[in-house]
Design a protein around this ligand. Structure first.
Ligand code: DGL
Length: 258
């Protein structure tokens, strides 16, 4: 019975394709685990929706995954975490539910008194979870919140490098280009735009994202509950998306292999 439990997949959820950047980190750290990725691209972007909407969509998606049998759920979306992590942990108390937050702490600790940009969705930046994070760290550095919701849609379209993307980034990041010492990629879609973003910042600016930390936190949670899958065999990865089209599934697989 116990072995069966350890063989169950880890669910990885995002509003769309962004969580694949976290799935990559999870697989790099724990290749023997089985994964079930669900992206809700039919309802993306979440970051411009109301809190209630995002909470309801997230709880609905995790309920469906939970009923299929999973041993843990990774909310690979800063926006969905801000909106729903508390009710999710209450409702699915018998499995670890791991959330995400912008990697502000390492950025500020490594750049004291310097200028740190936080790129995220509007919802993430206005919610309580981020306010708490700001209260803890914004005295240590000059922290600038920069909502960039359109970047989510570039990634959803598979547009990781284009003149339109460059024009958007030039307009958004231009005012900070010479001042920013670090930038936090506070949305899981943004690591796919790392190179495009880097072109619009000072070459010495350091970029941070929370994917690797979330993968380590997931491993800790599984170990605490004796839920790690042993052996050297590579686990399975299943990718599903609410759009269900061959295009979105193909794009998901390409992002996973990037
Ligand atoms: N990937 C999500 C995040 O980390 C947000 C994307 C969206 O707005 O749908 O915040």
């Amino acid at each position: 019975m116990d072995n069966m439990k350890q063989d169950l997949p880890i669910a990885v959820f995002d509003s769309g394709l962004g969580g694949i950047s976290v799935l990559r980190e999870l697989r790099a750290l724990m290749p023997e685990e089985n994964y079930l990725y669900f992206g809700d691209s039919a309802n993306a972007p979440y970051g411009v929706r109301s809190l209630e909407d995002v909470r309801a969509l997230t709880i609905r998606a995790i309920s469906t995954l939970y009923n299929r049998g999973i041993k843990a759920a990774v909310i690979a979306c800063n926006t969905a975490t801000s909106a729903a992590i508390i009710p999710l942990r209450e409702q699915f108390a018998d499995i670890p539910v791991i959330g995400m937050e912008p990697a502000l702490k390492p950025a500020v600790l490594e750049h004291p008194h310097e200028c740190v940009l936080v790129l995220a969705t509007a919802l993430t930046l206005r919610e309580e979870k981020f306010s708490h994070l700001m209260e803890s760290y914004d005295r240590l550095a000059e922290v600038i919140s920069l909502p960039c919701p359109e970047l989510v849609e570039f990634v959803e379209r598979g547009e990781l490098d284009s003149p339109a993307l460059d024009a958007y980034l030039a307009e958004r990041l231009g005012p900070w280009r010479d001042r920013a010492d670090a930038a936090v990629l506070g949305c899981t879609h943004f690591p796919f735009l790392r190179e495009a973003i880097r072109k619009h910042l000072n070459p010495s600016a350091v970029l941070y994202d929370g994917g690797a930390g979330t993968a380590r936190q997931t491993r800790r949670q599984l170990e605490l509950r004796n839920l790690r899958r042993g052996g050297d065999d590579l686990g399975h990865v299943v990718i599903e998306n609410s759009l269900g089209t061959p295009e979105i599934l193909g794009r998901s697989c390409r992002l996973l292999e990037l």
